[in-house]
Design a protein around this ligand. Structure first.
Ligand code: GUN
Length: 282
């Protein structure tokens, strides 16, 4: 059984990005917009800013109060679209209820949409004709390829159908010639579906929901979940969507939580920003 080291893989991507950035005649810029004070989002945004600067790029942070209206946010997006120093725009999700997140995502210039959430990029990725690939599926795919470069004909099961992870993950695995199943909360006999997976991607956000005896011996298990659970004595512990200790006795390879898919997301975001900068500025 192999434990897939996402920390090392992410560090390698960041080093590549930094080397390419250093060779450019301009400084790529990433703008991150955070609305409100969701604690998890604040942690992500801080890490993004730090790693952006470490890669030699400019980080522009925009923090807005939770009660702003949609028009204010749309005006900021328009300003960032027009700003030549900004190559990538990321609006941190989730957004407060009074804001239509889909409308905001559609307002981002697709060429600067380093999250890959704009319908134009979603469509390009779905048709295999280019586009910006969402960061978490991109990172998960890199980890899959690191242990299994040849995926032709394998059964891939994705648990979770979000726009951020599940759906784009399905497109990438399909493009890699897997037979793809997307399972979700209404799936009948989820355990049986998961047992058919040569490649399993868990992205449901339910702590340790996927048990070891659901996993096909030798399967490649990618755990996208990051769940904070009570560890007693007022402490919290991070666990994935897969019951790791059980799964590790059956799987051929598995990503740990933390240290698996998590670190890959920002590394792929930096790579998307570099690519967007080169595409836009030549
Ligand atoms: N919230 C959780 N993950 C993400 C992400 O990858 N991008 C954005 N914009 N928000 C998120």
């Amino acid at each position: 059984m192999k434990v897939i080291d996402g920390k090392a893989a992410a560090a390698a991507i960041r080093a590549e990005v930094a080397a390419e950035v250093a060779a450019l005649s301009f400084v790529p810029g990433l703008a991150v917009v955070l609305v409100g004070a969701d604690p998890a989002s604040q942690v992500y945004v801080r890490s993004k800013a730090k790693q952006t600067v470490e890669a030699g790029m400019a980080s522009f942070e925009h923090r807005l109060p939770a009660d702003i209206d949609e028009a204010t946010l749309m005006a900021l997006v328009a300003q960032l679209n027009a700003d030549d120093a900004v190559d990538g725009i990321l609006v941190q999700l989730p957004l407060p209820a009074q804001i239509d997140a889909e409308r905001v995502l559609r307002a981002i210039d697709p060429a600067k949409d380093v999250d890959g959430f704009h319908p134009v990029n979603v469509g390009l990725v779905a048709t295999g004709t280019g586009g910006i690939v969402p960061c978490t599926p991109d990172g998960a795919m890199a980890l899959i390829r690191s242990v299994q470069p040849q995926l032709d004909g394998l059964n891939a099961v994705i648990v979770g159908r979000s726009n951020i992870v599940g759906k784009p993950m399905a497109q990438l695995l399909l493009a890699a010639n897997c037979t793809v199943t997307i399972a979700h909360s209404r799936t009948k006999d989820l355990a049986a579906v998961v047992r058919g997976a040569d490649v399993l991607v868990a992205a449901v956000g339910r702590p340790e929901m996927i048990r070891g005896d659901w996993i096909k011996p030798g399967a490649l298990v990618i755990d996208v979940g990051i769940n904070r659970v009570d560890a007693g004595e007022g402490k919290a512990r991070l666990v994935g969507d897969v019951a790791y200790d059980e799964a590790a006795t059956v799987a051929g390879a598995i990503t740990p939580v933390p240290g698996g898919v998590g670190p890959m997301t920002i590394a792929c975001l930096l790579r998307n920003t570099l690519r967007a900068a080169i595409a836009r500025r030549g």
